[in-house]
Design a protein around this ligand. Structure first.
Ligand code: TMP
Ligand code: ASP
Length: 240
């Protein structure tokens, strides 16, 4: 079923599916990178955790009528998705100030952002994924004004659903990054992953960072933290 390698990224490998041109297999790696690959490590079990967490999150989004590329988890580290052409935009939604926003604009970490802030980054490693505006996005990512509006509306809807899900797991959704992909008929859907690699999650009670910042800032055990996220999501999703 899994065919030849199509693409290898920093956190995942993408494979063709032998008997279906419209599907792909995503294989989650144990590698962790930060600062556009300048900091690197590998953690046994990280691929499994991000695959299982992303699968739970996308299943929940599907139940809440948010369409995506996700079909099903195939095993501990791999998932089956519908093939899309990824739009080279990182769509970041922020509910609380953290990370690059605090550095770029000297906004105090933990400042509440209501309404949430959406930022667009151009997905281009050679340029270190720069922050861009809507006009740049239309030029560089090949999206129309209407499509960009739709992407932002969808990102805010996903934010509301995910904030609720994570809150029930005792986690504040501080910010996160989404990617969207295009089917052959031009329809745009949510794609890529949603995991502690792509979200900032803070424990509601203690404020403890429970995401890739533990690796970026060398402040904890990445596997223990990701395992806790998976367990809390599974408890929450099983009791529904
Ligand atoms: P930032 O504060 O570094 O701009 O990150 C905002 C959010 O986007 C945070 O939840 C982490 C996520 N993110 C990615 O998923 N991939 C990336 O390459 C970067 C820079 C951030
Ligand atoms: N994903 C980026 C990298 O691989 C940056 C980050 O997530 O901090 O380096």
């Amino acid at each position: 079923m899994k065919g030849s390698l199509l693409y290898e990224g920093k956190a995942k490998k993408v494979y063709h599916v032998t008997d279906n041109d419209n599907q792909l297999v995503l294989s989650y790696k144990n590698d962790a990178t930060a600062f556009n690959g300048k900091k690197k490590d590998s953690f046994e079990g990280k691929g499994r955790l991000n695959n299982l967490i992303t699968s739970r999150v996308f299943e929940y989004l599907n139940q809440q009528h948010i369409p995506s590329h996700f079909i099903e988890a195939l095993n501990e580290t791999e998932q089956l998705v519908q093939k899309t052409t990824i739009i080279p935009l990182e769509v970041v939604v922020r509910n609380v100030a953290a990370g690059s926003l605090t550095r770029r604009l000297a906004i105090q970490e933990k400042t509440k952002l209501q309404p949430p802030i959406i930022e667009l980054f151009y997905k281009k490693d050679e340029l270190d994924d720069p922050l861009i505006n809507d006009d740049h996005a239309k030029l560089l990512a090949g999206v129309t004004e209407h499509e960009l509006d739709q992407i932002k509306i969808e990102a805010l809807k996903i934010n509301e659903v995910l904030k609720g899900l994570f809150l029930q797991a005792g986690l504040t959704l501080v910010d996160f990054k989404l990617e969207f992909g295009r089917f052959d008929d031009n329809t745009i859907v949510l794609a890529d992953e949603i995991s502690p690699d792509t979200c900032r999650l803070w424990d509601v009670e203690t404020g403890e960072k429970m995401d890739k910042d533990v690796f970026r800032e060398s402040i904890g055990n990445l596997i223990e933290v990701y395992e806790t996220i998976l367990q809390r999501l599974e408890e929450k999703l099983c009791t529904k």
